[in-house]
Design a protein around this ligand. Structure first.
Ligand code: PLP
Length: 394
């Protein structure tokens, strides 16, 4: 029997959970029974899905599955320790070398997740005496990383370079770092990387580019947002994830040698964690080859984006201005967004309702994400159902 104090602690949690429910902010998980794809099975039902970051449709590719099998046979399934003890394998090293070459940097370093990469980079490069300047719509992992570093954390309004410059000019800090999503994860718009790099040169700051949603999709052969914008600067620290367009899991940082060596010495989320299974590095080597060679996946994605934007144009709810695979449909009210998402699900379509704190208050949305494997008919089916719902739901 819990003591009185424990009873109160539990009842506080129940009150907080009830509060989330009453505000339409309670989060629930769906349990998938099938591989990632444009159609997924949940609780025995098939759904047409627009909720994955598997933009190129590689997450269930037979060649990748084959490489995972071969990797498991050769290296087993676990690495047994961190990279700095005995968990760094030949495929990890090969992958780092290929990622560095692909993204045009001298070195690259693998992390187990993008969240860990961001916390590792920021804490290793900026101490409590430094200042971090972050776009207001950056991913939560960059914000958490800034807080963990204990540096002064300055958030500038979304894409407001004049305000960023004002804050950089006023800074007395020796260590300065500007952090930005390259493709904003909930809006789909693209950061002005060239202009940001110029500001960082002018005010002597590092520029951390989080290209979770650009790598594989943007730029020449899918090299990412730096290639897309032709940005080059030794101050750039490039981070991209490998669980989205690359279809597997993990992340990497590409940068100058001194930065990578600093991360190896200082980034806790690199040092104090078990290395990703070598079989994943084997799988990612194949994924990288497909990203480079199969241009048709990016071309197909571009066609689908145009089709979706054209078909949803007359709809009552509006898409944000986005040219990427992330196409957010703004609903506004949390409960309304949830209601539409549930109504779509009843009609066999899966799109999550994204609500605060993930997005600013009053901008709850359906985050429609496209895959190169979607068919034209899938887009038309989505548009038709959304029109029906826009009449039904007032
Ligand atoms: C912009 C951005 N950065 C970082 C991450 C974290 O990456 P990971 O899922 O590999 O932890 C995500 C998504 O999850 C993201 O959208």
């Amino acid at each position: 029997m819990p003591c009185n104090l424990a009873v109160r602690m539990f009842s506080d949690l129940v009150t907080q959970l009830d509060n989330l429910k009453s505000k339409g902010l309670y989060r629930c998980r769906l349990t998938s029974e099938s591989p990632q794809g444009t159609h997924v099975s949940i609780a025995g039902c098939q759904y047409l899905a627009f909720c994955s970051n598997d933009y190129l449709g590689l997450a269930n590719h037979p060649d990748l599955i084959n490489e995972a099998r071969k990797g498991a046979r050769k290296y087993g399934v676990g690495t047994g320790s961190s990279h700095l003890i005995s968990g760094h394998y030949v495929p990890h090293q090969d992958l780092e070398d290929r990622l560095a070459h692909f993204t045009g940097f001298p070195r690259a370093l693998l992390f187990s997740t993008g969240y860990m990469a961001n916390t590792g980079i920021i804490s290793a490069l900026v101490s409590h005496r430094g200042e971090i300047f972050a776009d207001k719509l950056n991913h939560a992992s960059l914000n958490d990383a800034a807080l963990l570093s204990r540096a002064k954390f300055i958030r500038y309004p979304h894409l407001d370079l004049a305000e960023l410059e004002r804050r950089l000019a006023a800074s007395q800090a020796k260590q300065k770092l500007v952090a930005t999503d390259a493709v904003f994860s909930m809006d789909g718009d693209i950061a002005p990387i060239i202009e940001l790099a110029m500001l960082c040169d002018k005010y002597d700051a590092w520029l951390l580019i989080d290209d979770a949603h650009g790598f594989g999709v943007l730029g020449k052969q899918g090299r990412g947002s730096l290639s897309h914008s032709n940005a080059i600067s030794p101050r750039i620290i490039y981070m991209a994830t490998l669980g989205k367009a690359a279809g597997v899991s993990g992340a990497f940082v590409a940068a100058q040698t001194e930065i990578i060596e600093t991360l190896i010495q200082r980034a806790h989320s690199y040092i104090y964690t078990t290395a990703m299974p070598a079989l994943l590095a084997c799988t990612l080597l194949k994924s990288l080859t497909l990203i480079q060679q199969e241009e048709w996946r990016r071309e197909r994605l571009a066609q689908l984006i145009t089709q979706l934007r054209t078909e949803l144009k007359p709809l009552r709810w509006k898409l944000l201005q986005s040219t990427t695979a992330i196409q957010p449909l703004i609903i506004g009210d949390n409960s309304q967004a949830l209601r539409i998402s549930k109504a779509l699900q009843v009609r066999g379509i899966l799109i999550p309702a994204i609500r605060p704190p993930t997005v600013p208050r009053g901008t709850a949305r359906l985050r429609i994400s496209l895959s190169a494997l979607h068919k034209e008919d899938d887009i038309t089916q989505l548009a038709t159902v959304l029109y029906e719902l826009s009449i039904e739901i007032k």
